[in-house]
Each structure stands twice: as C-alpha cells, then as structure tokens.
Design a protein around this ligand. Sequence first.
Ligand code: SAH
Ligand code: SF4
Ligand code: F3S
Length: 525
Amino acid sequence: MNEKQRLEAQQINQKNSADVKSDTNDNLDRLKNMSSDDLISKYFQTTYEPPNMRKAKKRLKKDVDVHYDFDIPLEMKAIGKGKKFLIRTYGCQMNEHDTEVMAGILTNMGYTPTEETKEADIILLNTCAIRENAENKVFGEIGHLKPLKLENPDVILGVCGCMSQEESVVNRILKKHPFIDLIFGTHNIHRLPQLINEAMFGKEMVVEVWSKEGDIIENLPKVRKGKIKAWVNIMYGCDKFCTYCIVPYTRGKERSRMPEDIIQEVRHLAAQGYKEITLLGQNVNAYGKDLEFEYGLGDLMEEMSKIDIPRVRFTTSHPRDFDDRLIEVLAQGGNLLDHIHLPVQSGSSDVLRVMARRYTREQYLELVRKIKKAMPNATLTTDIIVGFPNETDEQFEETMTLMEEVGFESAYTFIYSPREGTPSARWEDNIPMEVKKERLQRLNALVNKQSAEAMEQYLGQTVKVLVEGESKKDPEVLSGYTERNKLVNFRGPKSIIGEIVEVKIVNTKTWTLDGEMVESAVEVN
Ligand code: SAH
Ligand code: SF4
Ligand code: F3S
C-alpha cells in the first residue's frame, strides 16, 4: 500500500466508525457482485491494512469513539426464530468473552444455541492466530465443515476472531474455501445482524474486516457461559508490539473502557449473584493510559474492592506497567485475590531485548521482590516462549534459573512460532525443532516439579473453594478453584454449586488438590 492508499484506508476507517450503518451497507452491495479476485484487490485496497509493523506503529492518536447505541435492526430481530447457532471458540479469554457477546446478539435475533453441527443454521468459528498450530486447527475444522455445507447449502458458515484480521488468512479462505459465507474481524462483532442478513440474501462471500484502530461499543448484549464466574473487558487491543506477537495487529490499539462503565457492569454482575469476575485485557496494567484523566488499574481495583462480589481477578499483566499503586491496592486483600499471572517470556535479558519486552531479567526480579514483599502469600504464574530466534543454550538456562528463582507455581510454555507480518518472522527461525522440543521438555519437567511442590504445601490446610460444578472426570465429585487458583476436587452435595465453601486438603497431585468438605460449611464470603 502506498501513502495515498494508506490515507484512504484511514479515512474509510474513520468514516466507518462515524457512520457504521449506511456506509457498510453500500460497501456490501458493491462487494456482492464481485469475483473473488476483484474482491480481494478491492477489499485490501480500501478497508484493510495487512499486518505491518512499520504502518501499525503509525497508529492514529485520535480519540477512541465510544458507542452506546447498539441496536438490532427491527427487520432482523426475529430473523433467527426457530433457528439454531453454534460458535466454536479458539484462543484466549478475549475470544471466549467475544463468543458470549456474539451469543447475546444471536439470541436477541431469535436464535437458540446448539452443540450439534448438523442442527445448526449458523456456525461461527471464533479463531485464534497466536501460533501456527492454532491456525492449523481452524483450517482443519473449516475442511470438516465442507460436507455439511454441501448437504445443507442454507447453513451459514462464518469465520471471525483474530485470524480474520490477517490478510493471508482472508486470502486463503477466499481462494480455497469459497463455501464459507462470512468473514468478519474482531472490530466488526457488533455488525453481526447486518452481516448475517447479507450472507443470507447475498450470493457472494461477505467479508468485513475493519481497521486495527478500533472503537468501543458499550451496550452489546451478552449470554454468559455460566452463572458463577464472569469475564469483564476493561480494555481492548495492545500497543506493546512484542516482536513475535500478532495480537497488536489483530486486536487494534490499546483502548480503555470508561471506569464507570466497568464498575456498572461489575455491580450488575454482583447483583445477579455472580461470585467471581475476571477483568480482561491483553495488558491490563496499561489500563487508563489512554484516558484523558489520571486513572490506572490500581484505581480501578480499589473501586472493585468496594463492590460486594467475593472474588476479583485480572489478566493478563505485563511486567512493564505493573506499578506501585497497584501493588499497594492488591496488598489490601479483601476480594482482590493474590494470584498474579505475570508473563515473563524468557529469563535472559538479551532475549527479552530482542523480544522488545521492555524489561530486563533484573527488573522483572525486582518487581517480583516488591510483589512478594507486599503480598507474602502471592501465587505467581507465567508464560514462557522457548526457541526464540538465536536463543542460545546459555540463554535458555537463564530461563530455567529464573523459573526457580521466582518460584512460579505454574507456567504456560510455548515453542516459538513465527507469525507473518511480525518483526521476528523476518529473522531466521534457526533453532532446530529437536532443540526446541528438548528445551520445552526440560522446562515442562521443571514447571511440573514446582507445581507439585506448591500443591504439597496445601496438605492438611483448609481452603476456600468456589464450587463450579461436577468434576469433568467424575460426576459424583465436585470441583472448583481456591483463591490462589488451585483446582480442588471433593465430594459434596450438588446444592453447594455456586457457593464458596471450606475444604480440607487431604491429597495433592501435580495440578490438582483432593479435599473433604468441612462439615459445617456455610457460605464464607
Ligand atoms: N498479553 C499477554 C500475552 C498474550 S498471548 C502478555 O503480553 O503477556 C499469550 C502467550 O502466548 C504469550 O504470553 C506468549 O508466551 C505466547 N505467544 C505469543 N506469541 C507467540 C508466538 N509467536 N510464538 C509462541 N508463543 C507466543
Ligand atoms: Fe503480544 Fe502481550 Fe506483547 Fe501485547 S504485550 S504484543 S499481547 S505478548
Ligand atoms: Fe489468540 Fe487473538 Fe487471543 S490471537 S490468544 S484469540 S487475542
């Protein structure tokens, strides 16, 4: 794209956010009658900027538009009556929560949910682009859906989520999987009614993927997955641009919801009887940086502590923006739980530098020291990538020693996966797969050991468990999480599902605890 096209795209994106309805309907009309090649060239010249570090860093500093006027057009309010929807969700909590929003919109259009592909009138794949294997899974699933479409041409198949924000993915679907009816991006969820209408009555594949700036749409309906725990977005997007990561390109720039909107949502959830909320963002510690007034995650957490809801968590923390104010507020405890997921990615300052994580090993350790001083019992967990380009054996050993030094109680560990359009994808992926796998195995052995040791400390202790339901393995057993996020299995009456009860730990395993309910258990908020 040249500068002129870039400006054109920006103007279109601004126009889109200013006047969503009329603009896009016109666009869709024009797109409908185009061949897929025309569609690709037209589409990418105007409304779409492919992932590109240089351009993405030039994000507009314009204010984020917040919309409170979402509504389903009258003619679409009953379009799903007697019809069923199925959404398959891949990826992180953001996607899980986006699925709840899409379920909310579809429900408001008259659709009801189903788990059976054969029963569904609309199937959406809410995709993740974080690693290659995540994408492969989705392409596998798209292949599986083809016979279904041949059998029932009326079923609407849609691809949304982070993969749809990638140019190469949209291209591949347009060319190789033309039976897909609908592709829409992470910024287009609120347009689902119009998009479905278009897919139902148009002849061409409907493609709508907007800019990576992003707005905030406040009043979207939601059908939450459970009645006990709930996700609450506090911000969208990411501006960190770690060199390996696709998220800033798929989720747009960092933009915070207004504190009062978040507080109102959490109050509402508390009033509905939810027991735990998790505040969501790719980098929640940057919350508030883009607001016009001084306000940060510490301030928001303080507000959360005043709300009558037993448990408040947040994810994901970025070490860089984890400030003293937040530590001070978290240290007060109450309903703010002291489990902190603090992705470190590597224990080597040199690797961290090329990852553009913006902290060193020493700074990370200093932050851990501060957190532990203020919250002596805090549980720390992390994410780690092994086999980053040029990672030496010595640098990997630094990750191993950091793992021990911090005493992480668990970690999500990943083999580096080059993502097209990110800076590191241009560097040679030069660590042989056997070496990457060997490093991962050694790291995982250490993670398991530390997890098992952390579990052993609970033997004989009584912990508070939020009972979520029957255990996956045995319906006679109940399960739930402790305040520090340990999964506990124990026997008890089904009537306590949704309550917080005291459980004595009688056996420990690597990832779970077995317990016995304390007889006189009553709700212990
Ligand atoms: N925003 C969070 C992480 C979001 S992605 C943070 O910055 O900590 C979740 C995890 O996926 C990351 O922490 C990282 O460990 C991993 N990840 C991201 N991109 C990856 C890639 N290209 N290859 C392998 N792992 C990756
Ligand atoms: Fe990706 Fe997290 Fe880095 Fe953002 S902060 S670029 S989401 S790893
Ligand atoms: Fe995946 Fe997108 Fe989440 S890439 S990890 S679903 S933000």
